[in-house]
Design a protein around this ligand. Structure first.
Ligand code: AVJ
Length: 323
């Protein structure tokens, strides 16, 4: 794998320190969910994907593998593929493998974690005719780099799988997709994975598993702050909380302070007090409906070319085409 871009204006560590400072200074404390994925957090997420309660990733993989031929049949050739978040490479493998049967394909995974990029490249290394160019950037910056590098006449397919789109705040998903659209040309495609609304108890158990893996995944954010930013969070004094917000149709994850306590984060220059029962909001996982996906596409300048839904665990794969 070649690395096309590693330059960032502000060092990732400083960005982390500053995001922690601003998130914990808010009246309703919050932390960005993108910081879950250090080496331990990524391993815990892989474990989450194996939990019986968490059907999301299996559904995503199932829809993709059952419909690979039809999906790929709708993508013009030659094509340049870019993925927002490199994931484990497992899901992408089938799509890329099928595209490669028609000729050489360039694949540009965009990911802020260099480790994730490396393991994705290792996973996909054996596919013939595939050249992998890792882009260590935020999604939109990375997509800009890919768009600038595309040869004339090549079609661009953007993959945004696993319902990561659901992690945006309400309204920010549409804004993000508009920005993605802004980097594309008419006729380019976006394959978008979205988890769909299902029974509330099923949705809640997916984020509150009986082994406590999701709790560990959530709490690891505090231990990452301790490790990397010289924080002194006492992990025993916080607990994992998952709840369904009806108004936004989202599962929210929080970390709840079990008592009144003070916390320091040295590299963020932060001292803050938690009341008993106060929470840090760490993640939003929005659950979609199909009409909502259609509205989202239209609002962002796409049409829904095709859609595939898993019936066992309602999850949709939608092929958007830029208008
Ligand atoms: C990887 C963002 C799709 O929102 O379900 C899993 C992350 N958080 N369990 C999700 C996650 C808690 C996951 N996504």
């Amino acid at each position: 794998m070649t690395m096309a871009a590693t330059a960032t204006a502000i060092a990732p560590q400083e960005q982390f320190a500053s995001d922690v400072r601003s998130g914990l200074a808010k009246p309703r404390k919050e932390l960005p969910s993108k910081y879950f994925y250090d080496a331990l957090g990524s391993a815990l997420f892989e474990a989450i994907c194996l939990l019986p309660e968490y059907g999301l990733t299996r559904a995503d993989e199932r829809v993709l593998s059952r419909n690979t031929r039809e999906i790929v049949g709708r993508i013009p050739h030659p094509v340049l593929v870019s993925e927002l978040g490199s994931g484990s490479g497992r899901k992408t493998r089938q799509i890329l493998g099928a595209l490669c049967k028609r000729g050489p394909v360039s694949y540009y995974p965009i990911e802020i974690s260099p480790k994730a990029l490396a393991s994705c490249a290792a996973e996909l290394d054996d596919i013939d005719c595939l050249s992998i160019v890792g882009i260590e950037r935020e999604y939109l910056d990375g997509l800009q780099t890919v768009a600038a590098a595309r040869p004339p006449g090549a079609h661009l397919l953007v993959l945004f799988l696993g319902s990561t789109i659901g992690n945006f705040d309400t309204g920010a998903d549409a804004k993000f997709l508009r920005e993605v659209r802004g980097k594309l040309r008419p006729g380019d495609s976006l394959l978008l994975g979205t988890d769909l609304v299902k029974r509330v108890d099923v949705m809640l158990e997916a984020y509150n598993d009986s082994l406590g893996v999701t709790a560990a995944f959530n709490l690891n954010l505090l231990s990452r702050i301790n490790r990397e930013l010289e924080g002194d969070f006492d992990l025993h004094q916080f607990e994992h909380l998952a709840r369904f917000n009806d108004a936004t149709s989202s599962v929210e994850m929080h970390l709840l302070s079990k008592r009144r306590q003070m916390v320091h984060v040295r590299q963020s220059g932060l001292v803050t007090t938690f009341e008993e029962g106060e929470t840090i909001w760490t993640e939003t996982c929005h659950k979609y409906t199909c009409p909502e996906i259609a509205r989202l596409a239209a609002a962002a300048g796409f049409r829904v070319e095709a859609q595939w839904v898993d019936e066992t665990w309602p999850f949709a794969e939608s092929l958007f085409v830029a208008e």
